[in-house]
Write a protein that binds this ligand. Structure first.
Ligand code: NAP
Length: 480
């Protein structure tokens, strides 16, 4: 049975229908599951105005009061995990168990930031003269806007909305056109939790994405803009925010994570970590191990173990029992993966398993291991965003680091080694915002998540995540 869901947008505490609607599809079978309002600039301006009106009262609440409301939102999410997971899986394709993990991960930001905002301390600064006293106070920035991607339809919203609301900001989000239903379910629970009208708004769109984005980036009422998505779009939107109104901007963009397996690694642990990192969400995560670099002397042993494990992964619709690999999000995604794998094979790579589409349906790709991959191939240079693990040989630590860093991206990196000195050394040398040692999964609400180079600006989660929604104001008391 399908999960229940809302299919109208949520603006200023009201459910807003529209005569013009767009289709939301189930990526497992391409069936239409909902019709959602296709709103444009006018409705986005309404949402921004509502958030602007709601801001003074929300910001004036004590952090403890906001935290109590957020706690209610968190509890409602945790009480509704099954439905949220089925919705994430229905519109995004994720296996149910993974979708449930995302729902709990998404909820954890609401709990963490509600609590953390109570500790948004300012400072007293020793004065430079006897006649003055200096302090800083932390204040919410104001209306915050966000644009989010489909690969984590719930968590990419709460990772932004939770620190914003906790800090005292109000919030407008444009969810992705492929997965708006999860965003609307979040709004439904926000309303039930007692989040006041205008504090959390969801504007859905399909044909007017650029117009909605323009309002969110250029409106003088919006003081903070946060984007998660591809680097190309992020650069454009970030530039528009600065050029128009000098907004504070956070960008969580694409990655090209290397996973390094050294000869001294526990190979079984490395295979487990590589599978967890590479194949989660069918390879459609920004922190996915995009390419796996393996030291010469263990390359054959690692590739044999990896191939055996990958060949066993169960492919199918997200709601089928025991499925580990669901469909890719849309036709464009599957075509891109097919093309990248085809190019690699034509240039000398070998498919140890997989290498082609899967019989489960039009948007399924067989979990793949590619050997003999070279640095020149596109599978090494670009985000694959599919269940494909390219293996590249390296001869020593210097070469491994050089290959790992030879990319404009710098989001996550993974390394497997039992040598603690090497672990420190390589973690320091790798150009990435996050390095995970002997572990393929690391995301949670307490850590600063984010990238360097063209993978982004700013951090989400952890104490750093709250800073993104606060301004530090310096106050001078003179005349002593
Ligand atoms: P995308 O094409 O950049 O889309 C992301 C969002 O931007 C969607 O809501 C999309 O709306 C919107 N958008 C697209 N063009 C726009 C425009 N001209 N103006 C305003 N908004 C626009 O990225 P994606 O393919 O959905 O997501 C995958 C990418 O996200 C990957 O590169 C991945 O690495 C990255 N990602 C990064 C992180 C991180 O934390 N660093 C996390 C998750 C994903 P529509 O749906 O309406 O087109």
């Amino acid at each position: 049975m399908s999960p229940t869901f809302r299919s109208d947008a949520y603006i200023d505490g009201k459910w807003r229908a529209s005569a013009k609607r767009f289709d939301v599809f189930n990526p497992a079978n391409q069936e239409v599951i909902a019709h959602v309002p296709d709103f444009g600039a006018a409705e986005t301006e309404e949402a921004v105005a509502a958030a602007h009106r709601a801001f003074p009262a929300w910001a004036a609440k004590a952090a403890k009061e906001r935290a109590a409301i957020m706690r209610a939102w968190f509890d409602l999410m945790m009480g509704d995990l099954d439905r949220l997971a089925r919705l994430i899986s229905l519109e995004g394709g994720k296996p149910i168990a993974e979708a449930k993990g995302e729902a709990a991960y998404g909820a954890s930001f609401v709990e963490w930031f509600g609590e953390e905002a109570k500790r948004a301390y300012g400072r007293t600064i020793p004065s430079t003269t006897a006649t003055r006293r200096y302090v800083t106070i932390r204040q919410p920035i104001g209306v915050s806007a966000a644009i989010t991607p489909w690969n984590f339809p719930l968590a990419m919203i709460t990772r932004k909305a939770a620190p914003a609301l906790a800090a005292g900001c109000t919030f407008v989000v444009k969810p992705p056109s492929q997965t708006p239903l999860t965003a609307l379910a979040l709004a439904e629970l926000a309303e039930k939790a007692g989040i006041p009208a205008g504090v959390f708004n969801v504007v859905t769109t399909h044909d007017h994405t650029a117009d909605v984005g323009k309002v969110l980036c250029e409106s003088p009422l919006v003081r903070k803009f946060s984007f998660t998505g591809s680097t190309g779009i992020g650069k454009k939107l970030g530039a528009a925010c600065v050029a128009s109104t000098v907004k504070k901007v956070s960008l969580e963009l694409g990655g090209n994570a290397p996973l390094l397996v050294f000869a001294d690694a526990d190979l079984d642990l490395a295979v487990k970590g590589a599978i967890a990192s590479k194949f989660r969400n069918a390879g459609q995560t920004c922190v996915c191990a995009n390419r796996i670099l393996v030291e010469d002397s263990v390359y054959d042993a690692f590739s044999t173990k990896m191939t055996e494990a990958v060949a066993k992964l169960k492919v199918g619709p997200g709601d089928s029992d025991g499925v580990e690999i669901g469909p890719l999000i849309d036709q464009t995604a599957i075509e891109k993966v097919e093309q990248m794998v085809g190019e690699a094979l034509a240039s000398g790579a070998v498919a140890l398993t997989g290498g082609k589409k899967h019989a489960a349906g039009a948007q399924f790709f067989t979990p793949t291991v590619l050997a003999n991959v070279t640095r020149e191939m596109r599978v090494n240079q670009e985000e694959i965003f599919g269940p494909v693990a390219p293996l590249i040989r390296f001869k020593d630590e210097d070469e491994a680091v050089a290959i790992a860093n030879d990319t404009p991206f710098g989001l996550a990196a993974y390394l497997f080694t039992k040598d603690v000195n090497r672990a420190w050394r390589v973690a320091e040398r790798i150009e990435a915002g996050m390095v995970s040692i002997n572990d393929g999964i690391f995301s949670n609400e307490v850590i600063p998540f984010g990238g360097v180079k063209e993978s982004g600006l700013g951090r989400e989660g952890g104490v750093e995540g709250l800073d993104e929604y606060l301004e530090t104001k310096f106050v001078n008391f003179g005349g002593f």
